[in-house]
Design a protein around this ligand. Structure first.
Ligand code: DGL
Length: 276
């Protein structure tokens, strides 16, 4: 078995912003003594409005900083937009396991009695060939209603933690209404930012549909790979550090980090700053 020092290397989460935090939270519930590191690529937010090539360049830049500065033992690409565009390239770039987060089409289709599911995601994900592939493979015979909701991504990234429930509900109501009109009975939260709104969506759906995300599947896959490689750490400090690729003056990230018991560390040093 690798040494304790090797196993104490962090599991790193990467997203364009705060979307991946609930994913870290789910894995930490299962593995509380691991060390975690979260990187919000604020410098390149939002990924959802970029081309696939631009998303890949952003992901590789952020991953280089992670690798050079923090030597993680695993990367969880906690962003659907990044995963559907850049997972293969990132895997070929680093020598550690990379777990992707892709839209949970399979469980959503499996639950749909009406054979009509919704996918709520960014513009980039909604139009990604990767999503077409998931639908062809796992949602045969289902009608799929795709809704691009970049406005909800920015709301979560910049306002959610300052907004009351009424404001939150007002923002998501049009998307929920569209799904109700289309008579879907399960919807894929195909952007990690939307996992924060799971409760709101459930309540607003009035029992018509249930939101499905990938938190449980991703946490279980991370555990499987750590076990496979003998890299589980059950004797670590259980540290969770939050970094960003560009500092934000408004204190929002600090607030989110506190809410999720992450130690806010500010800007990650860039790779070109000198030795790691
Ligand atoms: N959180 C990201 C996702 O899962 C996207 C947010 C963005 O557009 O940057 O798709």
């Amino acid at each position: 078995m690798p040494s304790l020092e090797t196993r104490k290397r962090p599991v790193a989460f990467l997203d364009s912003g705060i979307g991946g935090v609930p994913y870290l939270d789910r894995l930490r519930e299962k593995l509380p003594r691991e060390n975690y590191l979260y990187l919000a690529d604020h410098k390149n937010f939002p990924y959802g409005e970029k081309s696939a090539e631009e998303v890949t360049a952003s992901v590789l830049g952020a991953a280089d900083s992670l690798m050079a500065r923090h030597n993680p033992k695993m990367i969880i690409l906690a962003c659907n937009t990044a995963s559907v565009s850049s997972l293969a390239v990132l895997r070929s770039r680093v020598s550690i396991p990379v777990v992707g987060v892709v839209p949970a089409v399979k469980p959503a289709a499996a639950r749909s009695g009406e054979r009509t599911i919704g996918v709520m995601a960014t513009e980039r994900t909604v139009n990604a060939p990767y999503l077409d592939g998931l639908i062809e493979q796992f949602a045969v015979g289902c009608r799929v209603v795709r809704v691009a909701a970049g406005d909800i991504v920015s709301f979560v990234e910049n306002r959610l933690f300052l907004a009351d429930r009424e404001e939150q509900d007002r923002l998501i109501a049009p998307a929920v209404e569209e799904f109700r009109r289309e008579k879907v009975d399960s919807i894929v939260l195909g952007c990690t930012h939307f996992t924060y709104l799971d409760d709101n969506i459930r309540a607003l759906s009035r029992g018509n549909f249930i939101p499905v995300d990938s938190r449980e599947g991703v946490a279980n896959q991370a555990i499987r790979l750590l076990e496979r490689d003998d890299m589980l750490c059950t004797e670590g400090e259980g540290r969770s550090l939050f970094y960003t690729t560009r500092a934000r003056e408004d204190g929002y990230y600090r607030k989110v980090a506190e809410q999720y018991s992450l130690d806010f560390r500010g800007e990650i040093s860039s790779v070109q700053g000198g030795a790691a």
